[in-house]
Ligand binder design. Structure first.
Ligand SMILES: [Zn+2]
Length: 334
């Protein structure tokens, strides 16, 4: 991530117990067990009124830096860059939560930590990714990337009425999870020509109705903002523009930061593709998705492959980056 510094505390997906309250906090009390969404929002600006919480006007103290890079300032995010507020994240014993009355939700006793934790990012992010694809009853949905967000996008596509879900990746554990747990059809290659040929074959030459890019720029490895991100080839997005049906829907929950070369805009324009994207408007999804977990429609803990201690975080990052030992998702506890 650009604009990060040595000593920054990472972690934008966390939960915990309330141990202290600021004087203006009304809705929480000490001892509450809460999940904290990674977007920080004031709850009072025009964007928050419109439920576009990740675009909040008031929660990013480094708005100048953000404006320099994006043209406008978006909301603050936990454990991300200084451009997005420089807020310390949740891979720590204690975390300070701004706007604490508008974000954290109490977790009912009936749910375990592991069942609730992923309401903090990947479940809502996968769900908004599927919602942004405007899935209609009976649609065929193709999802590039079977990491944690991709897995929740698959689950969400079913919830929103997809008839077929096709998942694309090369990593065995992720594809196995997509196929066995989430009942997706899978394509085991990321070679552009093979993916296109396979999708055409599977859809009778029409292409998927809805395509979701759950890969983003991160997949290419990043060593700095300008240097590498700008040069990163948007493989998934280029494949999506080529494979999506004419007039189809493209949703991008995958994170992009800089510019992308080689994006075939001509395909998207001439095929009348519809594009939607964005950081997740977390607060919009917390209550309805918590309800789905409570009703047993989904148990988000299926994604966890590793449980480690906070002190083992460097090892956990290494495992995840290198996709070692079947690592899809690590949970850290103090
Ligand atoms: Zn706001």
């Amino acid at each position: 991530m650009p604009t990060m510094k040595d000593g920054d505390v990472l972690g934008h997906e966390f939960m915990g117990e309330v141990v202290e309250l600021g004087k203006d906090v009304k809705k929480l009390k000490k001892g509450d067990r809460v999940v904290v969404p990674f977007t920080i929002a004031c709850g009072n600006c025009d964007y928050c009124d419109d439920h576009k919480y990740s675009l909040c006007d008031n929660s990013n103290p480094n708005e100048e830096l953000c404006r320099e890079n994006l043209g406008h300032s978006i909301s603050g995010l936990f454990g991300f860059s200084h451009m997005l507020g420089g807020f310390s994240g949740g891979q720590a014993e204690y975390v300070r939560i701004p706007y604490a009355d508008f974000g954290p939700i109490k977790v009912p006793d009936s749910l375990s930590d592991e069942q609730s934790l992923f309401l903090s990012d990947i479940f809502p992010t996968g769900y908004m990714g599927a919602e942004n694809a405007d899935i209609k009853q009976g649609d065929t949905v193709a999802i590039w990337g079977c990491g944690p967000v991709g897995q929740f996008a698959i689950q969400s596509a079913w919830m929103l009425g997809a008839k077929r879900v096709i998942a694309i990746d090369v990593i065995k554990e992720r594809l196995d999870m997509a196929e066995k747990h989430s009942k997706a059809e899978v394509i085991r290659t990321v070679d552009a020509d093979e993916v296109y040929a396979k999708l055409m074959e599977m859809t009778g030459g029409k292409g998927p109705d809805c395509c979701i890019d759950a890969v983003g720029a991160e997949a290419h490895g990043t060593e700095g903002f300008k240097k590498d991100l700008d040069k990163a080839q948007p493989h998934a997005l280029a494949q999506i523009f080529k494979s999506c049906k004419k007039g189809g829907n493209v949703s991008i929950p995958g994170v992009y930061v800089g510019e992308v070369d080689g994006l075939p805009m001509g395909m998207a324009m001439n095929k009348s593709l519809n594009l939607k994207m964005g950081q997740t408007h977390m607060q919009h999804y917390l209550d309805p998705l918590l309800k789905k977990v409570e009703e047993g429609k989904i148990d988000p803990s299926f994604i966890i492959t590793h449980r480690m201690k906070l002190s083992e975080a460097p090892e956990a990052y290494k495992k995840f980056r290198n996709k070692e030992d079947g690592c899809v998702k690590v949970v850290l506890t103090p």
